[in-house]
Design a protein around this ligand. Structure first.
Ligand code: PAF
Length: 329
């Protein structure tokens, strides 16, 4: 046979081999967005989620990370999941109740006693029932991660009691439960997406904000805020979510890899939070912050001042559910 006849057959064989190799290594890229830097609890969760999923899927599912709000604020990224233009997010409960209203119950101030209490409720039936509310809203939530308990920072004065909140312009998340709480305490809540917050604090258009130690440390808030009050006023969960478009495209094995990966992400976030809860206060003191520690009596004053808000929460979420969470062991 002449070389002119043999070449096309040879080329076809190479092409077929390439096509086979390509199919064997077909990869799905998962774009994962989150609001904070890679050295945060979100970054730790994202790394563990990615590593475990990639390993369990034998490299078929591959993550590409977009930290530091690179793809927009949390509300925008959740909308992108619904549209199917983004595959995965780690988000706080900040805007979640605007998509899945039932989730707002977790945002009620002083509902959870401590991290252990919050973790066992969210890992248990109540938390899993809440995850089941996402698919009808065109979202898939795989697991509850966390940020820790939120505390108050501001640059005006040390906050020791509810009376010190009067008139303070506090940035809150775009979260109706939080906005109600800060109004009830006499502050002027200013809902704002996270990517605008540092600039607004620098320019003085707001006096303060509230976030857990995990955020206060990783976002270096000591550079733009003078006073920290350890209010621990509300637990801040975070959801590890994927788009229905991605979820529906996966077989059973792919879904399992993604779900097990999310569990590893949760464990990494919780380990980060445990660590920063121990070391964070010393860290921000060293960076020049004035830290106010509230004793039980002072915390009780905040709870008392919030009584009118609790009435509203009860009518929105039901006393039975709120009591069920508060009394869970
Ligand atoms: O304050 C917020 O909006 C959230 O806690 C943050 C910092 C974006 C992390 O989810």
């Amino acid at each position: 046979m002449s070389i002119a006849f043999r070449l096309p057959a040879f080329a076809a064989a190479i092409l077929a081999a390439c096509a086979f190799t390509g199919a064997a290594h077909a990869q799905t890229e998962i774009k994962l967005a989150y609001a904070l830097a890679v050295n945060s609890h979100y970054g730790a969760g994202a790394a563990a989620w990615a590593e475990t999923t990639e390993k369990l899927s034998n490299g078929k599912l591959v993550f590409k990370q977009f930290p530091s709000s690179a793809l927009g604020g949390e509300r925008e990224t959740v909308e992108s999941l619904q549209l199917g233009t983004l595959e995965a997010v780690i988000v706080s409960s900040g805007t979640l109740s605007n998509f899945v209203p039932e989730v707002g119950v977790t945002d009620i101030p002083f509902l959870f006693r401590d991290l252990q209490h919050a973790r066992s409720v969210l890992d248990g039936k109540i938390g899993q029932d809440l995850l089941a509310k996402f698919p009808p809203r065109n979202l898939i939530a795989l697991a509850w991660g966390e940020q820790g308990f939120r505390h108050l920072t501001n640059s005006r004065h040390a906050v020791q009691a509810p009376v010190d909140m009067k008139g303070l312009k506090i940035r809150t998340m775009e979260n109706p439960v939080h906005i109600t709480a800060f109004k009830t305490l006499g502050a002027a809540p200013t809902p704002m997406a996270w990517p605008e917050v540092i600039g607004a604090l620098q320019q003085g258009t707001i006096d303060g904000q509230e976030n857990p130690m995990s955020v206060i440390v990783s976002a270096k808030l000591a550079e733009v805020q003078k006073h920290l009050t350890l209010t621990g006023h509300v637990y801040s969960p975070a959801a590890l979510m994927v788009s229905p478009k991605l979820w529906n495209s996966l077989d059973e094995e792919g879904r399992k890899a993604l779900t097990e990966g999310a569990k590893a992400g949760v464990a990494a976030m919780r380990a980060f939070v445990d660590d920063v809860e121990k070391k964070g206060v010393e860290n921000v003191k060293a960076a020049g912050m004035n830290v106010v520690v509230l004793d039980d009596g002072a915390k009780a004053e905040f709870q008392k001042a919030l009584e009118p808000a609790y009435k509203q929460y009860e009518s929105r979420y039901g006393k039975a559910l709120i009591d069920g969470i508060a009394n869970a062991r």
